[in-house]
Ligand binder design. Sequence first.
Ligand SMILES: *Cc1c(COP(=O)(O)O)cnc(C)c1O
Length: 380
Amino acid sequence: MTLFDVYSLYDIEPVRGSGSHVYTADGTEYLDLYGGHAVISIGHAHPEYVKRVSDQVGKLGFYSNSVVNSLQEQLADRLGMASGYPEYTLFLCNSGAEANENAMKLASFATGRKKILAFGKAFHGRTFGAVAATDNPRIRAPFNETDHVDFTPLNDIPAMREALASREYAAAIIEGIQGVSGIHEPTSEFIKALASETGKTGTLLILDEIQSGYGRTGQFFAHQHYAIIPDIITCAKGIANGFPMGAVLIAPEIEAKKGMLGTTFGGNHLACAAALAVLDVMEREKLVENAAQVGEYLIEKLRAMPGIKEVRGRGLMIGFEAEGISGSELRRRLLFGRRIFTGGAGESTVRLLPALSLTREQADEFLAALEAELKTLETE
Ligand SMILES: *Cc1c(COP(=O)(O)O)cnc(C)c1O
């Protein structure tokens, strides 16, 4: 058997990691400004994380959701405190797409409505409902076509208002900051108008914080920069530092009924141990504050760098474009020439999604390498 060939691969195999570095089998070191796609939140192979997950697998790796699992209760308590949503309830699942799927299903149960409003260039995942709410026809199969989802352009307040006025929508779903589209923020006016309009029309507001949440932008959730309060918040990516997990945070008005949601693997003991270790390390090492500080520093330095034409983002969720070279070619050169992993978005954008523990020195190392690489373009 060979692999179903759906990923474009770089010919490099990291076999171990430590903090913001990964290593190939021959010991070559790479600086990781990509975090395996915003997943590595506390750094690779953090010793406390390794210990907690290893201890848990030696005790009890899994039991089903038909019995008490106090690790889930601890996680709900800790996540409520860390995020500023102590009164919300928590539903655990296994991935980002699944978190959004459950969020939309829940909104539909709660309102009795069928439709979802999503926004231009949004990405919400690849399962049925999530891909239907994703504004990218290339990844939507005929089977996924549905008239239950409509899109209006991001940041177009009149179009959003007009759609919601129909009162047909169970929920509007929006990313805290769009990731896959290349780091695009909702304007403060737009997201505030959306919060108010959803409230007035009996529509639930789902904030997809799968990429922008969990400390990445220097607040626990990106929407907290705008002081709005969603009805449902979805998380995944950084939540368990690489252990597959998704989470749905649910406002207290939304009522749970036995059996309305469920999963076999979701919230299992290993995943909870991993997620609890992440929250412990985030708090002790003040990683949300670090993401704010190192992120602000990186953004400022990138804005001042000759050859960089646009920088977008907040904290350690950054997209930039360089003059005279495509994002994909620049990423390739940084990887093979300078041993630095970065992320991409489309042809033009380079995306930085490093561990929240990235140091100022590591940021400087990246900036120096990028500047040197851009200088070589002048002489080509
Ligand atoms: C990655 C991502 C998802 C999907 O998460 P998976 O774990 O890959 O299913 C959904 N929404 C956003 C904003 C994402 O970045």
